[in-house]
Design a binder for this molecule. Structure first.
Ligand SMILES: [Zn+2]
Length: 289
């Protein structure tokens, strides 16, 4: 069975249930009494039709999960959002206003409020979570350093309202489960580290061996999981390219830092040498007089 296929996703859900976890939408996960629980979060970055397929599979398994939608789908695909909500799933806003407005916080906040309102004319939305925008220099969650999402009407924001010392965050970002070391934005500070879990089979083995904590937030991007070979290959190749670009940003940043340090050392050395010449030159000049 291919990894990152819908069949593999179903297998993962079945293994989670077999391991005794309650599978919940985020809004219920935040206040559950269940000892072992997994919040199933879906950031719908692309291909909303894939999100509908995934939502139907979960519905057939009698599961409710959470789908966060970007502005482009809120504006252009309201019927698809309605369809997913009608299957009983929670819906929320996957915001990216600060990067979209190039750091203009006032315009970003206004856009956030308008888009959340538009989503709520389609279906109810309690929560919001940020899109990574890895190629932008602006981090979308920084908007909350200046404004309040609660004032804007959002009941929760995922990076602020979950304590990741209690909840283990696992994401399929980068088409791997260890939140690859070259991921730029999709990571949290948490006590757990799973460098040895890259494939879904390794994740399932960890579940079967009871190596995972009781509370887990699982971030699954629907566009990544395909049964059709064409889209599956496109996603695989696209992710190789993206990982390469991200690797370039991280490694390139390190190189710039190293080069900067060297330039600083060379600059200091030239300054010292220049001062010595200046002092010696002045001494000679004094003697000549
Ligand atoms: Zn996203």
């Amino acid at each position: 069975m291919r990894d990152f296929s819908l069949l593999k996703y179903q297998l993962l859900l079945e293994e989670l249930l077999a391991a005794g976890y309650s599978l919940l939408p985020v809004v219920e996960f935040l206040c559950t009494d269940a000892k072992k629980a997994v919040a199933l979060r879906h950031d719908v970055d692309r291909h909303i039709d894939q999100a509908i397929t995934m939502a139907r599979i979960e519905h057939d398994l009698r599961l409710q999960t959470t789908y966060y939608f970007r502005k482009k789908d809120i504006v252009n695909n309201p019927d698809a959002i309605k369809e997913i909500a009608a299957l009983g799933h929670e819906t929320g806003y996957h915001y990216e206003n600060l990067s979209a407005h190039y750091g203009d916080a006032e315009a970003a906040y206004s856009d956030f409020c308008d888009t959340l309102h538009t989503l709520r004319t389609i279906t109810w939305a309690d929560g919001v979570c940020a899109h990574g925008s890895p190629l932008s220099k602006f981090k979308n969650t920084d908007l909350w350093d200046r404004y309040s999402y609660r004032t804007a009407g959002a009941a929760y924001e995922l990076s602020r309202d979950i304590r990741y010392d209690n909840v283990c965050y696992l994401s399929d970002t980068g088409r791997r489960w260890d939140c690859g070391k070259f991921n730029i934005r999709d990571r949290v500070v948490q006590p757990w580290q799973y460098d040895n879990i890259k494939t879904t089979d390794q994740l399932i083995a960890a579940l079967q061996e009871n190596r995972l904590p009781d509370k887990i937030l699982l971030n699954i991007h629907p566009q990544r999981w395909n049964d059709g070979l064409g889209r599956w290959m496109m996603e695989l190749v696209g992710q190789w390219v993206k990982n390469g670009v991200k690797r370039g940003v991280v490694v390139g940043g390190c190189w710039l830092w190293v080069m900067g340090c060297w330039l600083w050392v060379i600059g200091c050395w030239l300054l010292v040498v220049g001062c010595r010449f200046w002092v010696v030159g002045f001494g000679l000049l004094g003697k000549m007089k």
